[in-house]
Every structure is written in structure tokens, then in C-alpha cells.
Design a protein around this ligand. Sequence first.
Ligand code: IPM
Ligand code: MG
Length: 441
Amino acid sequence: MSRNDKQNSEKNMNYVTKNRTQHDTKNRIQHNKKSNTQHNIALLKGDGIGPEIVNSACKVLGAIGEKYGHTFIYKEYLAGGCAIDATGEPLPQKTIDGCMSSDSVLLGAVGGPKWDNLAGDLRPEKALLGIRLAMGLYSNLRPVRLFKALKEASPLRASIVAKGFDILIVRELTGGIYFGERGREILKDVTNLSNVEKNDREALLNITKSDSHKTPLKPNLKTNLKESAFDTERYSTDEIERIGRVAFKAAAKRRCQLTSVDKANVLESSRLWREVMHRLGASEYPQVKLTDMLVDNAAMQLIRDPSQFDVIVTTNMFGDILSDEASQLTGSIGMLPSSSLGLGKRGLYEPISGSAPDIAGRDIANPIATILSAAMMLRHSLCLPLAADAIEDAVEKTLDQGWRTTDIAADSPKNYVLGTKDMTAKIIEQILSVSDARLLM
Ligand code: IPM
Ligand code: MG
């Protein structure tokens, strides 16, 4: 491990928000029963805009901590491209251990063009997939909600937006094609040997004989081979049941409508998915109306009339794709938070957007998705639901006042368009001003 890595990941370089003494005890108790508990949060800031947006979320948590007497202790760990640069691997064991011993994890984003040509297992994205698997986080919740103030920023036409929408996408996160068997195979016939030097020709012929796709080969010779590559979509009954339960439970607490999205007209794994969802619904959640929808149709219906959806449950890959599509309906992918949970309380919270290397370091990224992810963390992992409400209310009020980042600016006046830091400051201002009134109620 390099010195740099040691400095960044081992030290407890961390912001501790101490209880505020002038805040009265009664209010603290009213705000949350678990006040004064110390919450240990692992930060995986990652790459690109990751550090900026995670810093924003920490500042907001700092304001919440000060205001309501919660103590958040942060430890930073390396994940993604920055971990590759410092340690040679995208997800060092130290990061996994740190996350597993935290109360919860807040992640920015991983990846960037610098690491785009690495082999699959060494790519920054491997950190994300690896940590989800290591922590057993099989359920990914992605709420897709249109803030009233952002109607203008949605690409949908006004008559569709007018109906509003509030969708919860429940995405299976540790199975399916993301984690199924994969590989490459060299096909028997080698073509274009005419221009290949004698030594190289032997290397090529040896590869076809051994059938090995692992044999190192000069990159320029690759074009002489015929290869095939495969990834496998596989789901077991248990995997479908456990994500199904999460989705049915969520729907039962909302509008009791669950849409299960699959591709059962083509895929066997989808046919099992559909069977299990129906069995589960009939035996355990009769109060929830279950509808099946093919994924191509779902992609279309999201644009045509998003108000028809309550909870959507789907596979890892379909959920990845549909949640990006759905995020755009809210104005920007920079608005969508997510939580990833397993069996216990510990979770991983992240904006669904990527690392946006093109805007990294320019103080223009939208921090709202990460701030809302921190709110989800307070609610689902740290048992601080009222603190979560306070953050969400503050975001809503800030938007109501007209403040925007560039991605959601639409036709807003220029003086209302803020950078990452100023938008964060506006949200904090709201937290500090508004929530006193809530506590007096
Ligand atoms: C997401 C991302 C990740 C995924 C990538 C970065 C591996 O797109 O969280 O949606 O596909 O799960
Ligand atoms: Mg995605």
C-alpha cells in the first residue's frame, strides 16, 4: 500500500459533529429517540464528481448533527479508480473491512476514462459490484419523484407532467447477468494469417489448439482471431422471493400497486421471475395488486404516463436501465438518490448518477441526489426518520425558492443558478432556519 493510500484511507481524518449544547434536550428527544448515539459512516468518495458531492452531503449531515445533537463520525476508504491508482486494485480489502464495521456507507461515484481500458475485473466499477456483493446488499431502492418546482425541467410535455408521479424502483442488486457466469471463447477457425509473421502465426495457432482465452496475446493479433463472449442471466427462486418481499412490503405501505418488469416472452429466467412473483403475491400479499409488464413496454410506459406506476420491481440489469430513464423524467439524473440494503440495517447509499468526469472539479455538479441519499441513510440505516424528513423538506424548499444547479436550470434566471457548494449552502440554510419551526409544533 502506498503512502498516499495510507494517508487517505487509514487515518481517521474525519469530521466529527458534536452535540450542540444550547439545543434543549426536549427538542432533541422529540426529534429522535436515538439522539446522542454515535453513528459511524464509511465514506467512499470515489472518482470524478464523487468527492465534491459526498462533501456536500457531509456538510448537510453536519448541519443536521449540530442542530439536533447527532454525532456522525466519518472514515474515508478508497474505492474505484482512485483505489486502483493507489493500491493497484479497485476494492482493497481494507475498504471492505471498513464498510463492514461501519453503521452505514455513503458513496459518491466510481470510474472515468483514465481506467476505461482495464480488464473487466480491474475496472473501477468492480469496486461497486464487489462492495454490493460483499455487504450482501441485494435490494436497491430508487425513488423517482418529481419535485413540483422542477416541472419545467422535466423533458415530458406539460399535460403528462401535470399528473405528477412518485415511483419506487426496486432493483435486484446482487444477481442476474451482473454476477452470472461470463467469459470469452476463441472460435476454432483462425483467419487472416497471410499478413501475420511466422512467430505470431504459431502463437495464434497455439491459442486455437488450447482453446484458452487466457493466453496472453499481442493486442494487434487479436483482430486475427474469431472470438465469442457470453454473460449469463440466472435467477434462483430464493433470490426472486427475497427481492419480491422487499417490493411487496414497500407497495403495501404506499398505493398497493406493484408492477413486476421482465422479458418473459423471451427469457426463461423471466418466466421463473414471473411465476415466483405471482406465487408470493397470492400467498403473502393479497392486498397488493400485482401487474406484469414486459421491459420494452415498461420503457415506453414510463415516458407515456409515469403516473400509472407505484412500485416497480425488476432485475439487476433492467433496473439499471429503467432507473436512468426514469431519472430523466425528474429533470436530471443528478436528482435521484438510492439505497442498497441487505438483511440488516447497514446499507450503502449513493446517487444513481455516474462520476461525470467531464464536469469533475468544476463546482457545477448537482449535489442533491447525494444529499437525498444521505437522507435515505438516516431513515433506513441510522433510525433517524425525522432528520431524514428535515433534509428532504429543506431540498424541496430550496427548489421552491427557485435555486437551481445547471442541470435542472431550464429557463431559470442566471442569478438563481448555483454551483455545488452554493446549492449545498442554500439547503443547509433551510435546515437551520426551517426545522426549528417543526420542533415547536
Ligand atoms: C448504477 C451504475 C452501476 C450499475 C455501474 C457503475 C456498475 O450504473 O449504480 O446504476 O450498473 O449498477
Ligand atoms: Mg446505472
